[in-house]
Design a protein around this ligand. Sequence first.
Ligand code: GLN
Length: 484
Amino acid sequence: MINLSLKELSDSLKEKKFSSVELTQFFLDRLDLYNSSINAFISFDKDKSLAMARNADAMIQEGRQNYLTGIPIAQKDIFCAEGWKTSCGSRMLDNFIAPYDATVISKFNEVGAVNLGKTNMDEFAMGSSNETSFYGNVKNPWDIKAVPGGSSGGSAAAVAGMLAPAATATDTGGSIRQPASLCGLTGLKPTYGLVSRYGMIAFASSLDQAGPMCHTAEDCAAMLNVMTGHDPKDSTSVQREKENYLKGIHDPIKGLKIGIPKEFFSEGLEPEIEKIIEQGIDEYKKLGAEIVEISLPNNHLSIPVYYVIAPAEASSNLSRYDGVRYGYRTKEYDDLMDMYCKTREEGFGNEVKRRIMIGTYVLSAGYYDAYYLKAQKIRRLISEDFKKAFEKCDVILGPSAPSVAFPIGDKKEDPLKMYMQDVYTISTNLAGLPGLSMPAGLMNNLPVGMQLIGNYFSEAKLLNIANIFQTNTDWHNLSPKGFE
Ligand code: GLN
């Protein structure tokens, strides 16, 4: 069961080679065996998962099987799931049992997928290494001493360690693509608005987007088929016809124009990663693609702009955690103000506090124009760069992250170094574009990710282009030793 794609799992369930209960039990057993060493899950509930599996078996029996019916999926702990603890990696929500389902969760429930458990993550999705989680850091199955990336590091470690066949994740500045890159997986951040944010705990609302994290592009397509769709409960959810992302996944890519942004190959990128990406480009040339050079002249401003806009939105979103309605409340306090202060002091970790302070500052009356407004203007320039680039090419290719998985503790004390992890991913969030990372090689036995960035709503094309690469290469089939 361990090496089967979602399609193979689905077919096996259909042919009754095993039941969903058996499949779910298999992964729960692996969870028992390995979770303590990698800390990929914050919580799981075997009884609930097995009940869902029994329900799925009944659906299959009745001939109501969908692609993901009966398949266990690990859910990032940022998604509210009714009756499940939903912590977002924070002490603030350590006691929070979600009273309703996020739209993403209800969509998986509708097709009869099994919730395998809630995965570890950086606190409120702020981080690139999973070291800001209240529940301790996640370890990378490829190297237990290294980080899995973040903020969706638990989802990445769960799939890489084969504790789950697939997982959900979210990406505000790179949190799907960077951990996918560091853990040897395929991860897709969709166009902003394609997947509903309802019930997905908010970090920076104009950037947050949920997507799948799997071994292959084909698996991601199957997951995305479930996750997308207009949702009246999210005012930024787009109204467009639902696509079948599996439909064109094998289409030939001859004549495809791939743009290579020169800014993605400058200082800061490990030379060996550069070489691996160049080999990826060569592979695409062999497959009939045409390579064109493009420029994203404002990319160097994307990290500074993000670290104004994201904290600004976070400071506003996180004001709801005041100890009054739900979540953590300090034990002893003198008056209401004291209760607020102590609750937030004790409930939030350092990185979250840093962001709240920066965000509050850039939104304050005296500094709003100088920081927040300025950042919004540059955000527009960054989007314009992509618009111009897509006049010359169909898709943009580059590295996903500047490094491979780094040692736990390596960048924890230096936020600026940590923030650089997203130097190739953040601009797509600022522009609202889709981006995909897939494994393209190994450096020091650690996975290297290659990124594809597409125009708005080009997910089907991105998955097709990635799938063609994967049908001609083997990088996505490698797995970490000790987890086979
Ligand atoms: N690493 C970035 C941050 O810390 C992005 C996180 C994300 O995409 N959720 O904000």
